[in-house]
Design a protein around this ligand. Structure first.
Ligand code: SF4
Length: 389
């Protein structure tokens, strides 16, 4: 594709050293969010904002941390032609994700039932991501050039969640989401750890759940942000570190923290008051996948202390893909598609919005899940599987 990366596809950006599995120490002043490592992830040089977002306390707080950064007012955060969509943006996705921030006001405040990863999906406080995983479903509607949009009406989002939690009353019976608490996913369309580099929405949500004894927040993350260790969640927030074999992650999880660093952070997050689970996600079937997942499970078993293992649980999520994303990826990262796009093993399903989604064929998936469960039983028998999908 003109202007795109070469035929070898993009290199994993050197955000972090692969051998470095220590949790980065926060700098003495300002926190991790002001460190050079944080700025390699997010170095905002332009802001697009709805006027109402600019006028809000959260919007003003965010902009106060971005002195001199030009702001372009937009009527709506949802469609910004120069920013969203794929046409013309393929060559500059990473730059857009690093340097652009959108501020908007979330209009729809609804909580949806889920029943798999969480009991409920809360209205997220952001949409979009500074990372660039090749299989990510989040950009399907905005296009891959989908930087972080932060919603500044965080008080309204939290008030809605509080009302919803109170309306449920105590959880009547245990389920795989949690034995006691209603679990609310707070990060469906982004990564709360990265959002916390630029605003306090994640901190506010963690604080809100601290005072909701019948509920628990939950979010998946591929980024280790040591600033979250100071949020004092008091057991009411579950972080789910996503893990996959290092070779897959290098190829597919662009701009994320190395998997070994996510695993190394687990004990620190537990000690800081989080519940720490793992997402074995996505499981990508390719030659050698069983050996590499076994190595990963052995690594988890070797490095995690007993206190992490005792409370850990995992979700297994098999890769799903999408024809449009496949075609987009061919333009910038064809090597990823060599493992993601496997028509002989996959079947298609037309979604309600007309998109052609792809997943492993029923029998392929059944056998792979059975094999992965065997590997877990052999190498990490303490890892309770909450559900597989
Ligand atoms: S970290 Fe999550 S939201 Fe961000 S690009 Fe990767 S899969 Fe998508």
């Amino acid at each position: 594709m003109p202007g795109g990366p070469g035929p070898e596809g993009p290199e994993q950006q050197a955000l972090f050293g692969w051998e470095d599995t220590e949790l980065p120490a926060p700098p003495a002043r300002g926190g991790f969010r002001d460190s050079p490592r944080a700025r390699r992830m997010l170095d905002v040089r332009e802001v697009y904002a709805e006027p109402a977002a600019l006028d809000s306390p959260r919007g003003r707080q965010i902009l106060a941390r971005l002195p001199g950064v030009p702001v372009t007012e937009v009527a709506g955060h949802w469609r910004i032609p120069s920013l969203h969509g794929n046409d013309g943006n393929i060559a500059r996705w990473t730059r857009i994700k690093t340097e652009t921030l959108v501020l908007g006001v979330r209009q729809s405040l609804t909580t949806r039932p889920n029943g798999r990863s969480a009991d409920w999906i809360a209205p997220g406080a952001s949409n979009g991501c500074a990372m660039a995983c090749a299989y990510c479903y989040v950009p399907r509607r905005k296009g891959y050039a989908n930087p972080i949009t932060l919603f500044t009406n965080i008080e309204a989002i939290i008030a809605h969640v509080r009302r919803h939690v109170r309306a449920q009353g105590p959880k009547p019976e245990a389920n795989q989401c949690d034995p006691h608490a209603w679990v609310y996913d707070i990060g469906e369309n982004g990564d709360c750890s990265v959002d916390a580099l630029i605003c306090d929405n994640t901190a506010d949500l963690v604080a809100a759940f601290r005072s909701l004894p019948t509920a628990k927040a939950s979010f998946a993350s591929k980024f280790v942000n040591p600033d979250l260790l100071a949020l004092d969640p008091q057991g009411r927030t579950r972080v789910r570190f996503s893990v996959m074999p290092a070779d897959d992650s290098r190829l597919l999880d662009l701009r994320t923290s190395p998997v070994a660093e996510r695993i190394a952070a687990a004990a620190d997050f537990l000690d800081a008051g989080y519940e720490v689970h793992f997402n074995l996600s996505p499981v990508v079937l390719r030659p050698g996948w069983e050996r590499d997942w076994a190595d990963l499970l052995v690594h988890l078993d070797d490095v995690l202390p007993a206190r992490v293992k005792e409370q850990a649980a995992a979700e297994i999520i098999m890769l799903t893909h999408n024809q449009q994303l496949h075609e987009v990826n061919l333009g910038w990262h064809p090597r990823a598609e060599e493992v993601l796009w496997q028509p002989a093993a996959q079947e298609t399903k037309r979604s309600e919005n007309g998109a052609l989604n792809v997943r492993y064929a029923r029998e392929v998936k059944r056998e792979a899940l059975a094999r992965l469960r065997e590997l877990i039983a052999a190498h990490a028998p303490w890892l309770r599987i909450r559900y597989s999908f």
